[in-house]
Design a protein around this ligand. Sequence first.
Ligand code: ASP
Length: 354
Amino acid sequence: MTQYSRRDFLKTGAGAGAAFLAAGRLPGPAAREAAAAPPAGPVAVSSGNGIRATARAMEILQSGGDPLDAVIAGVNIVEDDPNDMSVGYGGLPNEDGVVELDASVMYGPTHSAGAVAALRNIKNPSRVARLVMERTDHVLLVGEGALKFARAHGFKEEDLLTEKSREAWLLRKETLSDGDFWFPPRNRTAPEALRSVLMTHGTINCIALDAAGRLAGVTTTSGMSWKLAGRVGDSPIIGAGLYVDNEIGAAGSTGRGEANLQTCASFRIVDAMGRGRSPEQACLEACQAVAAKTRLVPRLCDDQGRPKFGLDFYALNKKGEFGAAGLFPGGRYAVHDGTENKLREMAYLYKPGR
Ligand code: ASP
């Protein structure tokens, strides 16, 4: 007979049932059918900046590796890349010029999760998040505590601010207002590359299903650029930036975290898939929920009552079906379906010009 320690009980098992209880019902027929159907993996899905991540994840999945290893190895490529200014090393800093990273991971077979928020000096927050899941009794560590934990596990501290991201921060600071004491150098024309990052956000989400029907996911980001120090977005919040239920599917998000924090979209999407919605339909419903709540906040709406920000969702179900949707057209996401790795068009809520 299998022996379970208190720790095993705390870290596994109970969570899946708890999620359904929280929703006030048992898994619907679609969830049961998905759980009984033969697994349709491997499949890896990521945000549009994740085409290298899905390629790497698929290599690991196809060689029989674990889906959590696969998605983390995939996003590590982007975390390490100084040219992606929305994630990890080279990510755009907060208003003080300090890079603060958020990340979460979730592993379907044990329904376990780990996350870090406002983590400084460690370029792979996704790996620290995994250790929070596997080597503590907690789910989320923040700030100084997260850094202390990373140090304890031997992570190397480094300055995550690249010259390019420092210059972008400085340019923004010097051009923000005529009423302060910062001036851009005389005759300076901001290079186009810097202008384009004056206000930006971005993140990478990667979710995967392996051939044995195991699901896992990760979301990692430097968050909204120029944010207040200590601001935490949706990426490290389980149920907002990431959610995985091994009996149903996985979902993640990129875009304005505040809107997602107020709608818990990843949980909604997985829950909707459990009620039989396709991944794309579930993502669109999350977009509708965000749009409906945003109408209550005029400063966030354009003159037609549509959100003035972007927010995108990605989903993958237990049958290996995938989909994505955003508020506006033009978004693409990366999918490796086991045969082909390519960017695909995302569904969207608002038609152009309406
Ligand atoms: N969701 C991230 C955050 O709000 C940023 C982004 O994806 O653009 O921190």
